[in-house]
Design a protein around this ligand. Sequence first.
Ligand code: ADP
Length: 643
Amino acid sequence: MFDCILIANRGEIACRVIRSARALGVRTIAVYSDADAGAAHVALADQAVHIGGPRPADSYLRGDRIIAAALATGAKAIHPGYGFLSENPDFVEAVEAAGLTFIGPSASAIRAMGLKDAAKALMQEAGVPVVPGYMGANQDPEHLAGAADGVGYPVLIKAVAGGGGKGMRLVERPQDFRDALESARGEAATAFGNAAVLIEKYIEQPRHIEVQVFGDGTRAVHLFERDCSLQRRHQKVIEEAPAPGMTEAMRAAMGQAAVRAAEAIGYRGAGTVEFIVDGSKGLRPDGFWFMEMNTRLQVEHPVTELITGVDLVEWQLRVASGEDLPARQEDLAIRGHAFEARLYAEDVPAGFLPATGTLTHLTFPEGARIDSGVRPGDTISPWYDPMIAKVITHGPTRAVALARLRAALEGTQVAGSVTNLAFLGALTRHAGFARGEVDTGLIGRDIASLTAEPPVEDAMVALAALTAAGAGQGGTLEGFALWSPLRQTVTLDLGEKRWNVVLTRTAPNWTLRIGARELEAERRAGTWWIDGTRAPEAALTAPGRVSVFGACIVHFTLPDPLAREGDAGAAAGVVLAPMPGLVKAVFVSKGEAVVKGARLAVLEAMKMEHTLTAGRDGIVAEVLAGAGQQVEAGAALIALEDE
Ligand code: ADP
């Protein structure tokens, strides 16, 4: 075994590799970019080396610097993780030329699977079923159109150098072929510098089922299948193992085909053979076709680990260091069922746009495996994949594993960025998914209901108002007996919606009025009970923001009451404190000219700082409060007069 390895990656996969290496007593070296100086993988590794600027091209793709870092720190091998340099044969050759071990397949195995047409031809030779189609060298449009007719519509045009769904076009009718071909080639030329395409039969109701393989360079075993049919625009969202509805006969056929594929290219290490399956007629041993092989560890490898009990990273390290395959095929068996959901910082209503932000709050429940590369307080930067965590569950049956995934997602608390958490939760409650009726079109068909905003219950609004007011925490509301008004109004916004909640201390309880509705809140053992029902957790997660962590997470914003009422006050010439608080600072003095929007003072109230601005141009006529002074609601703070 190596005594020290370098991980040429970042985020959750770097942390994942470090954990398994450490368990084997292997020292770990991280590398990092400027954007990742404070990142979790840097803190977790035994040592970390800075390799460049935040752009991947300046750091995580700089093979030369990564190899230099390995040599400088005494690392004997490099684990590439996934993405970045993991499937770059030139990097593999450079690593080996430097006298280091690449923890993964040979450069030639990666090259053999690098282009879709060559890979398909190779697989066909090895007796692996491939999707019927044309994958020849003749790229004449006339010839390709003829090939499409021969294959039979609908057909899929794919860039031979493709990846990530780029350069791919579905064509339903012959008369649309020419236009689709032109746009696929244009996209492929731009994205891959290679305009060549192949034509494939389009499989209706396709399912994406892939087989995990593991080789020692000669022999290979398979670790069963994963179903990754739950995709949004060809991007995997939730993966599971085994595949629902899989039969022993089909599993054996797919496993053997995948092993043949791996052995045909002398595969070493962990790899995945992706198949497309025709889901319209049920799973049959003759109903699957090779799509491509990913010559690396995959994002969704944990579901395979949970059903087989194998640590795939441990296997990678052992085989790369020269050990035999750790298990024979007959030693491997499936135990139970596993799911993985990919939690991303992304803006679902805006079309799943990647989001950024500082994760002011981040907790996960017990009982799920969480593979994450961020900690509370860490930032999702715009430079890299916005993954927050993979939430992974296991159970004796599919139903139990899915129920555990739903519970794990409901128990996940994250604030500081928008996320796809509610979308993932909705998927775990999807009736068809629960029945195992998965195909790659499921999300697209039901996107409206999967992304519908959940209703906001009064109890959630009440809880947010109590939290905003600091009630039950020795906050301002407890002090109400000292102030003359015994009630307080908290305004909460959510998108276009606004609530005005009137809180009254009716010791030992609190009464809340939301519109015509009245609710009773009780604080017991550190928890709120609203109308007798235990409320979920809630917290002030950022200035002006209250998050309620219920079955779904709702982030309310607190409109700055001083800005609002300050405006009204300023119009009348006086700026008032609309709630009790502490004056933290006053920025103006008598006689000073101010313009509309100028900062006048800061008031601390509801555990937050509110900046008070001038609602109009004017001269400060009077400063009625000073820093450090506690003021009552309605107290006049600053008077303005016209010039
Ligand atoms: P890429 O390498 O660009 O990701 P793939 O060949 O892996 O492209 O295909 C991506 C996805 O497109 C698959 O997971 C599947 O959902 C769909 N797909 C690919 N080939 C076919 C096909 N012949 N028929 C139907 N759907 C397909």
